[in-house]
Design a protein around this ligand. Structure first.
Ligand code: NAD
Ligand code: TDX
Length: 333
């Protein structure tokens, strides 16, 4: 696989994947297809050598463009999505279009041109777990999505499975837990709190702060996706996670402490409607069958590096801060 299309490669996880491949996999050429929505940023790809990368600004729902790109590709790794739950609750329309219709458009091109397809999905398709439930999600957990965002990700997973079985499309799916690291949009939990503190705004915690997310460093997500793309079994689903369960209040207190603030220096705000309580991934299939394991196993260290990145790259996020906070303020968050 020498020619790989990366959809959503100017977003958070997609751009980290492009950097990871450029650094670790010589001989691979990447074509990024990205619409550059509010969440996409061409600057996320700065530093990737020109000869390794072609950047195409465009929409994954544009069938003619997608067909042209797939006619000259060996594989596609599909990251592009409307990825934020709060936005999907405020306005589900672009979420349904990009996540469902966009995935359909890509699958049709993969079918026509026999392109290997890897679909990036989320643990949120499984709904949530109770805080005291000993269970974690596995590949066999039934789908039970809660939000407009997670329901469209579930729908796109179902399309992929149907295109494998009906048309023989060579596809795999991965469902990953919450990512953190550089280049994450400041609407998301960890970068929002870091950039709030840098800006003199108090961090904002939803509900009772006890909701649990299972954190993984985005570089570990990239290495797992690469293993699945190279050695995963067609038609299979792999869960990606790094045993990183933490409550939101625990993560916020770690940020406050690392940034020299008092433990109660934050505001409680309105909860997210339908807020999932807990996510937890059992990634033993991926570890057992493909031999993958995470490198970033020290969350405190990964968080400190992420805080340092946002402090050092204020130019990257400053322009989006006011509008992001105004949107949250209008929602009581
Ligand atoms: P992001 O919002 O940071 O980036 C999404 C990218 O997709 C942006 O560059 C945007 O411009 C692009 N895009 C959006 N609509 C498009 C369209 N119609 N055509 C072409 N490009 C379009 O998202 P992210 O957090 O990097 O998530 C990437 C993928 O990983 C998504 O599929 C998401 O569901 C999945 N995922 C995310 C997480 C997480 O913690 N962020 C966890 C598990 C899975
Ligand atoms: O200001 C905040 N305060 C707060 O308490 C924000 C923005 C969030 N939260 C809470 C809500 C969640 O319990 O923090 C948790 C994490 O929130 P998000 O960063 O919005 O992530 P989440 O909703 O868990 O979804 C993320 O992980 C799974 C990604 O955005 C999805 O794309 C991915 O599928």
């Amino acid at each position: 696989m020498k020619r790989i299309i990366v959809t959503g490669g100017a977003g958070f996880i997609g751009s980290n994947f492009v950097h990871w491949v450029a650094e670790h996999q010589p001989g691979v050429h990447l074509t990024v297809l990205d619409k550059l929505t509010y969440a996409g940023n061409r600057a996320n790809l700065a530093g990737v050598p020109d000869e390794r990368l072609t950047f195409v600004e465009g929409d994954i729902c544009d069938a003619a463009l997608v067909d042209e790109l797939f006619s000259a590709a060996d594989a596609c790794v599909h990251f592009a999505a409307e990825s934020h739950n709060d936005n999907s609750i405020a306005d589900p329309s672009p979420v349904v279009r990009t996540n469902v219709e966009g995935t359909f458009t890509l699958l049709e091109a993969a079918r026509k041109h026999d392109v290997r397809f890897h679909h990036i999905s989320t643990d949120e398709v499984y709904g949530d777990l109770a805080l005291d439930d000993p269970a974690r999600f596995t590949e066999e957990t039934p789908y039970r999505p809660s939000s407009p965002y997670s329901s469209t990700k579930a729908a796109s997973d179902m399309l992929v499975r149907a295109w494998v079985r009906t048309y023989g499309v060579r596809a795999t799916i991965s469902n990953c837990s919450n990512n953190y690291g550089p280049y994450q949009h400041i609407e998301k939990f960890i970068p929002r709190q870091i950039t709030n503190i840098v800006s003199g705004i108090r961090p904002k915690l939803y509900g009772d702060g006890k909701n649990v997310r299972d954190w993984i460093h985005t570089e570990d997500h990239s290495s797992a996706v690469w293993e699945i793309l190279m050695r995963g079994e067609i038609g299979e689903t792999y869960l990606i996670g790094a045993d990183g369960e933490r409550s939101n209040i625990e993560v916020l207190r770690a940020i406050l402490s690392e940034m020299g603030c008092a433990a109660d220096d934050f505001d409680w705000v309105r909860d997210r409607p339908g807020h999932d309580r807990r996510y937890a991934i059992d990634s033993s299939k991926l570890r057992r069958e493909l031999g993958w394991s995470p490198v970033h196993t020290d969350f405190a260290e990964g968080l400190a590096a992420t805080i340092a990145w946002y402090r050092d790259n204020e130019d990257w996020w400053r322009g989006a801060k006011e509008a992001t906070e105004a949107k949250y303020a209008a929602q009581g968050q």
